[in-house]
Design a protein around this ligand. Structure first.
Ligand SMILES: Nc1ncnc2c1ncn2[C@@H]1O[C@H](COP(=O)(O)OP(=O)(O)OP(=O)(O)O)[C@@H](O)[C@H]1O
Ligand SMILES: [Mg+2]
Length: 535
């Protein structure tokens, strides 16, 4: 509202004409001429009365002096009822203090006084009004009257309330979801954060956010990656998406997922708007899940060791008895009158070979059953399969299984953990052997094949001629604890599938055209371009 000081002069009988008397008649006349303003008090009163606002005047202490017709009709009171303190009845009791303070002429700065308060309409309904008052001041600087206008702001108040509520909902929702919003103007570098984002970063609300502050909070190992994202955004890359860690003042770590969309407003200015999600819990649970899974995988491997003990003992026993026999032969060859040195040398060489065979079995066993963290390295699937077959050879023999291997030449390497992948192959081969143990009317055929598919995935297929799987079983067998065996735990396939999915691959089962079932592992080639020849 424009500032307007009206000079008060004595002798204003109706308390209405201060405006009229504020200027000398000559000046008034000039403005009438210029603006075409209608002359006369009656006209002026008519205009004020019919203005669609509540217009009033009050004495310096706040007592009502006069109100326009619109005001009287709105509140449904007569001038007499409104006069003096009558008007205070119309103000909502909770808001009256505010209005009284606005009309306190002893307070400094008397112009443009405003207060928001609820005013009771003639039908009893309270609506929000903005009470605006200007002081008329005499030459001694004293307030002699308040001139005011009250405007209905109910719609604005409702909209504000609505906005406040939705902001509160949003803030609460963001707090619960551990999410915060941001906007970032590329040209000016101005960054605006929602309150929850300050909380996630544990930044002071009052400190302006800068890229430097964000980078300083970022985990040292992640700064480079985040800087690159920022550079790309600044040079106009379309969208932002990045997952990274921040390092808090107390040394703890939070995982954040950042997503930003590039928007161009009406001006040519480019701005990113987006959200940052605190995904620390997800990372912690994933880590806990991985560790539980690897514990379980280790336990099942060790259990396999138990069930394989007999065949492994056999596998080691064979070279050992070879060693003993060869050593005996060697002794004999050297002990005679004419020592057979050539023969003894050959026998000694065989002894060494058998010793190596036994040592190899022990080394493989140690690798497979030791407990160690997963490590990703380039793996030759053919070689991994052959090592497992070597360990299980006696098992297969005892189960009268006829093994056929068709390992593809020039198979690309896959990125993976050798022990985990060997565990999968071992689970599949042992399941196949189990599935064929009751088969008497046909050969127990085990076919292990590797190949490269047309999507650059390396496949390993374990096919048997055993009992087979029914259509409704083909997925259930991958559920944890699903088993049809007396001694089974039902964990082999579920662990195997989790391992293969961790390698971004798939493990599926299908019935053969003939008897038995096939299990297929499919893992993306590592893309390192290293080709392995079949062993
Ligand atoms: N090659 C197969 N042919 C037919 N059925 C199979 C084959 N492989 C698995 N199954 C079925 O799937 C079930 C689950 O196999 P899984 O390897 O998960 O557990 P398990 O072999 O029973 O016990 P373990 O935890 O010792 O491996 C088996 O009990 C069996 O019924
Ligand atoms: Mg099994």
């Amino acid at each position: 509202m424009a500032r307007r000081i009206i000079k008060w002069r004595e002798g204003d009988p109706d308390g209405f004409g201060s405006a009229r008397k504020a200027r000398p008649p000559r000046e008034l006349k000039r403005s009438e001429d210029k603006l075409g303003f209608p002359a006369g008090e009656a006209d002026l009163k008519l205009i004020v009365d019919s203005t669609p606002g509540l217009i009033w005047s009050a004495l310096p202490d706040g007592r009502n002096e006069w109100a326009n017709r619109h005001y009287l009709e709105y509140v449904g009171l007569s001038p007499r009822e409104l006069r003096d303190w009558g008007w205070t009845d119309l103000i909502h009791p909770e808001d009256l203090d505010r209005v009284m303070i606005a009309l306190d002429s002893t307070l400094p700065s008397r112009d443009d006084r405003q207060a928001e308060a609820r005013l009771r309409r003639h039908d009893g309904e309270y609506r929000w009004f903005l009470f605006s008052a200007n002081a008329a001041i005499d030459e001694g600087g004293n307030v002699v009257r308040w001139h005011g206008m009250s405007t209905d702001i109910e719609a604005r108040k409702r909209a504000e309330e609505e906005l406040r509520r939705s902001e509160a909902f949003l803030a609460e929702g963001q707090h619960l979801a551990q999410i915060g919003n941001f906007s970032w103007r590329i040209a000016t570098g101005e960054i605006i954060w929602s309150e929850p984002l300050y909380r996630i970063f544990e930044f002071e609300l009052t400190v302006p956010v800068t890229l430097e502050a964000i980078l300083a909070r970022t985990h040292p190992e992640e700064r480079q990656g985040l800087s690159e994202q920022i550079d790309r955004a600044q040079s106009g890359e379309v969208d932002l998406e990045h997952e990274y860690r921040i390092l808090m003042a107390d040394g703890s770590i939070k995982w954040l997922h950042l997503k930003g969309r590039r928007v161009q407003g009406t001006s040519s200015e480019v701005e990113y708007v987006g959200a940052v999600l605190d995904v620390t819990q997800r990372h912690l649970s994933q880590a806990a899940l991985n560790s539980a899974r690897s514990e379980l995988a280790h336990v099942t491997r060790v259990m396999s060791l138990g069930t394989l003990a007999a065949s492994i003992a056999h596998e080691i026993n064979q070279p050992l008895s070879g060693i003993i026999t060869n050593a005996g032969t060697c002794l004999r060859m050297l002990a005679g009158d004419q020592p057979n040195v050539e023969g003894a040398l050959e026998t000694a060489r065989r002894t060494i070979r058998d010793g190596h065979r036994a040592a190899d079995v022990v080394t493989r066993l140690r690798a497979l059953f030791s407990k160690r963290p997963a490590s990703i390295e380039p793996i030759d699937i053919n070689h991994a399969a052959l090592e497992v077959i070597a360990l299980l050879r006696s098992d297969l023999c005892m189960g009268r299984v006829v093994l056929k291997t068709e390992l593809a030449d020039q198979l690309p390497l896959v990125a993976g953990d050798l022990v985990q992948l060997q565990q999968v192959i071992m689970n599949l081969v042992r399941n196949a052997t189990d599935a064929m143990c009751g088969i008497e009317d046909r050969p127990r055929l085990l076919d292990i094949r590797t190949e490269l598919d047309d999507r650059d995935h390396v496949r390993l297929i374990v096919k048997d001629s055993g009992a087979g799987i029914s259509a409704d079983e083909s997925e259930r067998i991958f559920e944890a604890f699903y088993t049809t065996k007396n001694e089974g735990m039902g964990m082999g396939l579920s662990i195997s599938r989790a391992i293969i999915e961790n390698h971004h691959g798939t493990l599926t089962a299908a019935s053969n055209d003939g008897p038995g079932a096939s299990f297929m592992v499919s893992i993306p080639a590592s893309g390192e371009g290293i080709l392995a020849s079949s062993a």
